[in-house]
Design a protein around this ligand. Structure first.
Ligand SMILES: Cc1cc2nc3c(=O)[nH]c(=O)nc-3n(C[C@H](O)[C@H](O)[C@H](O)COP(=O)(O)OP(=O)(O)OC[C@H]3O[C@@H](n4cnc5c(N)ncnc54)[C@H](O)[C@@H]3O)c2cc1C
Length: 533
């Protein structure tokens, strides 16, 4: 018997499908495959499951790492909610974030993003009365991209012969927007730079400023939150906690502390994996959800990389930005501390987003180009029962990986004084941004720790501490190889690199991968036929 995810299972030497990594993409694919009668094994190198949906606990607090809010799950009728319900047997519950989900702060001015697309439009028109036409057209275009996205993503799961017949036709309408930058499209609608700065005030959700990001990515995030944000009741760990029992029904399971070192390929077909400790697990099919860079650089045998020219594909994509996250634990409940549910996006007053990023990349003493402040304990109605008299806050900014690179080979918690003092400098600056917005919190902090890109590398295995897998620039969306099926028989990809970053994107990737593998549309099945408990 081997200790697996919170339960003891007998681990077998052969499975129908092995999944590498336990992020949202793999969890979703594993649940879909299990529901189709497959016995699957998820192998996760971290000591805890969930990928970026995992939580960590310290000193009587709990922090969510990669979930601050999710859109389109508030109501049971949305596609995303139905997909979540399908893979969790409806056991995952959501708390609405209330009337305002994001607050864009530019200098002394705050611009609220209220729930409901009509409210959003009215609010923007109240801030920018002379831009009514541009705001209406902006929202129209966001929806236009969303409609075009359905065929674009459906194409990814099609069999090769269908791709040949309808592939280009299915991809074209989406690519008309995806291949342009956000700035390019917005400048067509308005020359009001402040409006552009406000409308792109969530760019941290996809990691690239308007001059570099694909408009398709921008539109997908904007639309995702138009109807408000929600947070998993009980915290992000509820995602894996509600999926694990669904897996267990067919003896599918998750092993943690289980690092895969290589995919085994025999006669051109994936046949299983070899673990870091040399143990082998065999399977009819293998899926990697560890990101395309990790997969191609480290998990596939050399001869396969050469045979299918896979290394050349990596030259067409870029790793996304690295980040710092300051995790705070505070004395006092969210009510006592008057913590808001809405997130803050704090920006410099003077420059556009692209210019302020450039300035900061040259000189990290310059004003932060973006600071995101999230109040997870205020969003979770079960928090105060679970952690009475306490609260948490996460504060995130971007940082160049290079300034932390020299600590790559040091050990966690033993990286030395220079590392700690660099982190301390950033910590103090981030705290001042928080106190400016919420001055009542001065003196209330009981515990704090800053994660660096080296922390992300250590726990998540993203080589350059990537926040969001590969970048969401226009070029990414043109790459046909970002799809579930690979040229290696029985070897598949899933996760954020196949669709987009975001829990919703990764989850959808899981459904696409399961659909491509089974040759049947599981998205449609989940949405139309509902689900069975
Ligand atoms: C700070 C931050 C905040 C975010 N906030 C939000 C938000 O508010 N809302 C939202 O929707 N999205 C958010 N995201 C994005 C979202 O969390 C991710 O896009 C999504 O969870 C990625 O899922 P994935 O399936 O691609 O896998 P990942 O979560 O990237 O997981 C990959 C897993 O593979 C494992 N692995 C790697 N190599 C190996 C190996 N060799 N063997 C075994 N296992 C391996 C890793 O340990 C990891 O667990 C945020 C992300 C970050 C970083």
């Amino acid at each position: 018997m081997v200790q697996s995810y919170k339960q003891k299972y007998k681990v077998e030497s052969h499975y129908d499908v092995i999944l590498i990594g336990s992020g949202m993409g793999c969890l979703a694919a594993a649940a879909c495959l299990t529901k189709e009668g497959k016995k699957v094994l998820i192998l996760e190198r971290h000591y805890t499951a969930g990928g970026y949906t995992h939580v960590f606990k310290r000193k009587g607090y709990e922090w969510d790492v990669g979930i601050h809010y999710i859109g389109e799950v508030n109501r049971e009728t949305t596609v995303l909610r139905k997909l979540f319900d399908y893979i969790t047997d409806s056991q995952l519950k959501w708390a609405d974030m209330g009337e305002v989900y994001d607050r864009i702060v530019i200098g002394e001015q705050t611009y609220d993003f209220p729930k409901g697309v009509e409210n959003f439009k009215d609010q923007m028109k109240a801030y920018f009365p002379s831009e009514e036409g541009a705001i209406d057209e902006y929202v129209n275009r966001v929806y236009e991209v969303s409609r075009a996205s359905r065929q674009y993503y459906a194409e990814k799961a099609m069999p090769a012969y269908m791709k040949m017949v309808v592939g280009n036709r299915f991809r074209k309408p989406y690519l008309e927007y995806a291949s342009r930058t956000t700035l390019d499209v917005l400048r067509e609608l308005t020359d009001n730079e402040l409006l552009i700065k406000v409308l792109t005030g969530q760019y941290g959700d996809y990691g690239l400023p308007p001059g570099k990001s694909s408009f398709a990515m921008h539109a997908s995030v904007a639309k995702h939150y138009f109807k408000g944000g929600a947070f998993p009741i009980g915290g992000s760990a509820q995602i894996v906690d509600t999926i694990a029992p669904v897996l267990g029904k067919n003896n599918s399971t998750i092993l943690t502390n289980a690092e895969v070192s290589q995919v085994l390929v025999e006669d051109g077909k994936a046949i299983g994996v070899e673990m870091k400790d040399g143990k082998r697990f065999l399977a009819d099919k293998v899926i990697s959800g560890t990101g395309i860079i990790n997969t191609y650089k480290y998990l596939l045998p050399e001869d396969q990389l050469r045979k299918h020219s896979l290394t050349a594909q990596l030259e067409k994509v870029e790793p996304s930005a690295a980040h710092l996250c300051l995790y705070l634990g505070l004395n006092g409940s969210p009510d006592e501390l008057k913590l808001p549910k809405a997130n803050y996006w704090v920006y410099p007053e003077d420059l556009d987003h692209d210019a302020s990023i450039e300035r900061y990349l040259q000189d990290q003493d310059a004003e932060f180009p973006v600071v995101y402040i999230s109040f997870p304990s205020a969003k979770d109605p079960s928090w105060s029962e679970r952690y009475p008299g306490r609260s948490t806050i996460d504060i995130i900014t971007v940082v160049p990986y290079d300034i932390f690179q020299k600590w790559e080979d040091t050990r966690w918690k033993k990286r030395g004084e220079d590392y700690e003092s660099l982190k301390d400098k950033f910590t103090q600056r981030l705290l001042e941004v928080l106190y400016k917005k919420e001055p009542q919190l001065r003196g209330k902090i009981d515990h704090m720790e800053l994660s660096s890109p080296i922390t992300t590398r250590h726990f998540m295995n993203y080589e350059r501490g990537e926040l969001y897998g590969i970048d969401h620039d226009p070029g990414r969306f043109e790459q046909k190889f970002l799809q579930p099926k690979t040229p290696i028989k029985n070897f598949y990809l899933t996760g954020q690199d196949i669709v987009t970053a975001g829990v919703g994107g990764a989850l959808f990737a899981g459904f696409l991968t399961a659909s491509a593998m089974l040759g049947k549309n599981i998205v449609e099945k989940a949405v139309k036929a509902g689900f069975e408990n």
